[in-house]
Structures are given as structure tokens and as C-alpha cells.
Design a protein around this ligand. Structure first.
Ligand code: HEC
Length: 159
């Protein structure tokens, strides 16, 4: 009788362990899924870390032109994201008057310093900049506020 009970307890322990292992296994695989998701470079995070000292996203400017109007300039000049992003990456690596999208900005703010970031990060942040284009926002005039949509990307305003 006692023997039988021991077997039963052992079985229960065994089942409990198995469940525990299963849960741990699941936990591990969730972790690696989460890691895979964050290993794709986040342009916004790179911006916050490396660019937001000088650049606001929306006007008013800090010590450099805000990103949204810059993105509009880029969308006017380049018809594909690929071309726009290529120019952006090149400019971030070596800013100069000849390839500036808005030479007036240099007169107003001074030349941007070259950024020492890995290519992959430059590309991710350049893609993010390109995506900040808001068609409802005019080129600095009116800002599309009247349509009640211009503020759609208002994050960063209060920085
Ligand atoms: C130390 C201040 C500073 C930092 C940091 C900085 N910028 Fe700039 N940036 C400027 C200034 C000033 C200008 C305007 C003058 C110019 O175009 O060089 C500018 C211009 C630009 C332009 C317009 C380029 C063009 O084609 O004319 C883009 C796009 C830009 N910055 C993106 C970024 C991004 C993205 C980062 C971060 C990865 C960044 N900047 C970091 C100061 C800065």
C-alpha cells in the first residue's frame, strides 16, 4: 500500500517537473522571439540617441532644422525611398554645402558635423527620417494644422 503511494507521488513529481520544464522552455522561446524582434534596428531610437540633441521632429527648431520639413524637402527632390535614403546616408556621413538639400539651413544653423555611426544604423535612421514626411503638412507654411491632421506625429514636441 505504502509502495503504491510512493509511486503515485513520484508520478506526480514527475508530471510537475515536466510541466515546469515545458513552461521554462516556452519562456525561453518567448525570450528569443522578443530578442529577434528588437534586433531589427529602430530608427526612432537611433534618432533619439544621436540626433535629437540638435534636431526636433516638428518645429520649433532646436539648433538644427526640424525633421518633418526636411523629410518634405527630400520627398520633393527624390521620387523613391531608395534614392532619398541613399542621399540621406551620404549626407550624414559627410555633410557639405554642395549636397545639402537645403543650403539655407547651413547659413542659418551652420554645417552639421559628420556622424560616426555604423552604416546599418545610418540607414535605419535615414529610413525613419524619410518616413516622417507628412503630406498634410505644408513646407513650413501653415503646417496643415487647419486640417487637424498636421499634428498626427506630434511626438517629440515637448522635448
Ligand atoms: C550637433 C548637432 C547635430 C546632430 C547631432 C545631428 N544633426 Fe543633422 N543637422 C544639423 C545641422 C546644423 C543641420 C543643418 C545644416 C546642414 O544641412 O548641414 C543638419 C542637417 C540635417 C539634415 C539635412 C541634410 C541635407 O541633405 O541637407 C538631415 C537629414 C539631418 N541633419 C539628419 C540628422 C540625423 C538623422 C542625425 C542623427 C543620426 C543628425 N542629423 C544629427 C545638426 C545636427
Amino acid at each position: 500500500m505504502k509502495e503504491k503511494r510512493n509511486v503515485l507521488i513520484n508520478l506526480m513529481i514527475y508530471l510537475a517537473m515536466k510541466r515546469l520544464l515545458l513552461i521554462m522552455g516556452l519562456g525561453l522561446s518567448f525570450n528569443s522571439i522578443a530578442q529577434a524582434a528588437t534586433s531589427k534596428l529602430d530608427g526612432k531610437a537611433i534618432f533619439d540617441k544621436n540626433c535629437s540633441v540638435c534636431h526636433s521632429v516638428m518645429p520649433p527648431p532646436k539648433s538644427a532644422p526640424p525633421i518633418t520639413p526636411l523629410a518634405s524637402h527630400y520627398h520633393q527632390k527624390y521620387s523613391t525611398k531608395k534614392d532619398g535614403v541613399n542621399h540621406l546616408v551620404a549626407y550624414l556621413k559627410s555633410p557639405n554645402k554642395d549636397n545639402a538639400i537645403d543650403p539655407q539651413a547651413i547659413t542659418r544653423f551652420g554645417l552639421m558635423p559628420a556622424l560616426r555611426l555604423p552604416d546599418s544604423e545610418l540607414r535605419a535612421v535615414a529610413e525613419w527620417v524619410w518616413d516622417q514626411y507628412n503630406p498634410n503638412m505644408g513646407m513650413g507654411r501653415g503646417m496643415g494644422m487647419g486640417q487637424g491632421q498636421g499634428m498626427g506625429r506630434g511626438r517629440g514636441m515637448n522635448q
